[in-house]
Design a protein around this ligand. Structure first.
Ligand SMILES: [Zn+2]
Length: 417
């Protein structure tokens, strides 16, 4: 069987034919080169208007990278033509396997982008003997195609979230669709200001914004303000995941401060290595952590009291009625305010201030569990942390859309992977 036969099976073009396939060695590297010719009596297509046009002249030959075969790179080789288009003038022709000045064929880009969902971009480059830049180009192409062709209708619930980006206080605002059975990343914006979220609503459009029934976010003031203004009809829910994260952050602060103080005062450092005992849910502790926690609970420490308050707060989520949940919240806040533990008091103050929005979770009948936003948030963190090697926000955006955007892909006649 010839390479040509295989190619005709998986990728046949109406106006072009595969000619000879041959082995070429360049700089000691062997590869397969397949010549492509225009089919007889077929007309070239103008790259400007996609219409057939008469031949003007021929340019130089170009090589397009295709999917490697058995470890050998594969290139399509083609002598580009120019057309004399009646509406556009003299233009380069449009070929069906690649766009514009790209060296990679569409098929190969889709192939690389497919693997880049499962492996890091570096790993894809190494495994398919290509460069990181080419993998990036491939993913960027697929993401852009997907963004242009995605369907944004029927979105009724969104979640607004943020992730730290690189070192320091840089943030990216992420907006997800969180409808049941349809969760995906919709939009990414730099920073987490009023302007950031306004940009999202401008992109999303007034009519779509007014169709929103639920918006989940954390207690970040700029978000609250914009959501009220732009999607005031939606039930705004402060989601559980962000509230639990706030409590954990407070515990961490209490523990770190107390630990430092104890060391300074010459006490036995009982809080050493206690971080996860206090942050994890009791059912998730390892045996060693469980023993450590049991030991810790004997001491009258601020960290322990803060931990007990946090654990007690879990009861809040079990309520069904917003009224009773509200009563629980009031009691918990009063107790916490009396605890004299500053970071916890700060949380209690915030919760009090946003009580109506927090109780909206019960009004939404707990439809938006913390799992949805938390799961997406974890995936986003993994995506940006993995050493994909991007130095720019644009690189991170492409990676995030690729991993979380649930984007449509260009149609392919054959599944190569
Ligand atoms: Zn034209």
């Amino acid at each position: 069987m010839r390479v040509k036969t295989i190619l005709n099976h998986c990728q046949k073009f109406k106006s072009f034919v595969y000619d000879k396939a041959r082995f070429v060695v360049e700089n000691g590297e062997p590869f397969i080169e397949v010549t492509v010719l225009p089919r007889q009596n077929s007309q070239a297509i103008c790259s400007c208007c996609d219409q057939p046009a008469p031949l003007y002249d021929r340019l130089q030959e170009r090589r397009f990278e295709f999917i490697p075969l058995w470890g050998y790179p594969v290139y399509l080789r083609y002598l580009m033509r120019r057309v004399q288009c009646t509406s556009c003038g003299v233009k380069v022709e449009q070929v069906p396997w690649a766009r514009g000045k790209r060296e990679l064929t569409d098929t190969y880009m889709q192939f690389l982008a497919h693997w880049a969902k499962m492996l890091s971009w570096r790993e894809v480059a190494v495994n398919f003997r290509t460069s990181w830049e080419k993998v990036f180009q491939a993913v960027e192409f697929i993401v852009q195609w997907g963004l242009e062709h995605r369907n944004l209708s029927g979105i009724t619930a969104i979640g607004v979230d943020e992730i730290a980006w690189r070192k320091g206080h840089n943030y990216l605002t992420l907006v997800y669709q969180i409808d049941a059975g349809n969760t995906r990343l919709l939009w990414i914006g730099k920073e987490r200001t009023v302007k950031t979220l306004l940009r999202f609503f401008r992109f999303f459009g007034t009519s779509r914004s007014q169709e929103l029934k639920f918006v989940c976010s954390d207690m970040w003031q700029p978000y609250l303000k914009v959501i009220k203004k732009k999607a005031g009809q939606a039930l705004h829910i402060l989601d559980r995941f962000h509230i639990v994260a706030k409590l954990n952050k407070a515990i961490d602060e209490v523990r770190a401060g107390e630990h430092r103080q104890m060391k300074k005062d010459g006490y036995e450092p009982v809080l050493e290595k206690s971080r996860w005992c206090l942050l994890k849910r009791p059912e998730n502790l390892t045996e060693k952590q469980e023993a450590k926690l049991k030991d810790l609970l004997q001491y009258n420490l601020k960290s322990v009291r803060a931990y007990l308050l946090k654990e007690d707060f879990n009861g809040f989520w079990d309520y069904v009625s917003p009224t009773w949940a509200g009563k629980f919240l009031d009691r918990w806040c009063t107790r916490t305010m009396r605890s004299k533990i500053e970071p916890m008091k700060k949380v209690a103050k915030t919760l009090r201030k946003h009580k109506p929005l927090i109780l909206n979770w019960f009004r939404a009948k707990k439809a938006f569990s913390s799992g949805v936003v938390e799961g997406l948030n974890n995936k986003a963190k993994v995506t940006t942390r993995k050493s994909y090697g991007f130095r720019t926000v644009h690189g991170a955006e492409i990676a995030l859309y690729h991993a979380l955007g649930n984007l449509p892909a260009p149609p392919m006649a054959h599944r190569f992977c």
